[in-house]
Design a protein around this ligand. Structure first.
Ligand code: PMP
Length: 354
């Protein structure tokens, strides 16, 4: 730390992203990326946009907002595109949390929530998940603060039903409820439609997972126009050109190729079910994941040991050290071949352990 670093941030522990190793070719199942390439329409549109990089990107992201609005069945003034969904989540902490509106989220969830709270110096409260890692929705009724729920949750993959989400939103008319749907396209039911009826609901989604564009950094929020205006105040006070023009074009491109997205999601779901059945047969215990990852532990081998043994065999998964989840690994669902390689490697590890 330099002597110049602001007092404000000295205590900040930044988010630790999953490894992106360059030195060795791994089967990468650690950051929930898509195993499939981006849509050709996205690639072509980005390449064309590259020819105009002397110009700033459209700060209003008009075309992209129109396409997202069409996808979500809302009007464009209900949409805000951002630099990954991390950015809109940060905007939400900036816009809707302060000393009177503390942030509230589960104790086991996306690690960035507590980082954003600390970065923005807003108080936060964590609510313990049940022993089986499910969310008890009543814990969030009349929450008395801004609620952040990842649905499906991460790293558990467990999903709340639309009914349950609505109950949380309906009992918090005086609080903003943020539903982070980064993984919604792999089996959950989106709450975007509820934004037309609830003025306290912000739903966020990303192009990083189901749309194979993690490297482009594109996310968005859907809410009533008043909430979107607040978020725009933050956006125009930080970076009006938050989405670059290649990414914006790629986003429009992939939204013109919904069939490709749907077919990739169906493959990921099929590969998840395949891998879960195989892992179950090998004795693993897993949550009921509706995301593009599996959250698994084995009764006989330590979670950290499995992580290291897989790494040794060229397969990267994500191991967390948090107290309640240290026996688990979060395994991204990849292609069928990657899942077969994972299962073979795990069989070898179990064999070596005998
Ligand atoms: N929410 C959750 C629950 C996530 O796991 C992630 C991905 N790490 C994000 C949001 C952010 O994704 P992105 O910024 O790539 O849109």
């Amino acid at each position: 730390m330099s002597k110049f670093f602001s007092e404000k941030y000295k205590g900040l522990t930044p988010y630790t992203p999953g490894e992106q190793p360059k030195e060795r070719k791994f089967i990468k199942l650690n950051t929930n990326e898509s195993p499939y390439p981006p849509s050709k329409k996205a690639i072509e549109a980005a390449a064309e946009a590259a020819g105009c990089l002397q110009l700033y990107s459209d700060p209003e992201a008009k075309l992209l907002h129109e396409k997202i609005a069409e996808l979500c069945g809302v009007t464009p003034d209900c949409v805000l595109a951002t630099n990954g969904s991390d950015e809109i989540l940060n905007f939400a902490f900036m816009a809707f949390c302060d000393d009177e509106h503390l942030a509230i989220f589960p104790d086991i969830t996306y690690g960035f929530y507590s980082v954003f709270a600390e970065l923005n110096r807003v108080p936060y409260k964590t609510v313990p998940l049940s022993d089986d890692f499910t969310i008890n929705i009543e814990d969030y009724f009349n929450a008395g603060g801004t609620v952040f729920i990842a649905n499906p949750n991460a790293p558990t993959g467990i999903c709340l039903s639309l009914d349950e989400i609505e109950k949380i939103v309906a009992t918090n008319q005086d609080n903003v409820v943020v539903i982070d749907e980064a993984y919604i396209d792999f089996g959950g039911e989106s709450a975007v439609g509820l934004t037309k009826r609830y003025k306290n609901l912000l739903v966020t989604q990303t192009f990083s997972k189901s749309r194979s564009m993690a490297g482009a950094r594109l996310g968005f929020g859907v809410a009533c126009p008043e909430l979107i205006r607040d978020l725009n105040t933050i956006k125009y006070s930080t970076n009006p050109y938050n989405v670059n023009s290649m990414t914006m074009a790629a986003g429009v491109g992939v939204l013109c190729d919904e069939e490709y997205t749907r077919s990739n999601c169906a493959s990921v779901i099929a590969n998840r079910e395949y891998a879960m059945a195989e892992l179950k047969a090998l004795g693993f215990e897993m949550t009921n994941s509706k995301a593009n990852f599996i959250f698994a532990k084995h009764p006989c081998i330590d979670g950290g040991e499995i992580y290291l043994a897989l790494r040794e065999k060229g397969i990267l998964v994500r191991h967390f050290t948090g107290e309640r989840i240290s026996q688990y690994n979060r395994i991204t669902v990849g292609s069928r071949e990657q899942m077969q390689a994972l299962i073979s490697a795990i069989k070898e590890i179990l064999e070596e352990k005998k």
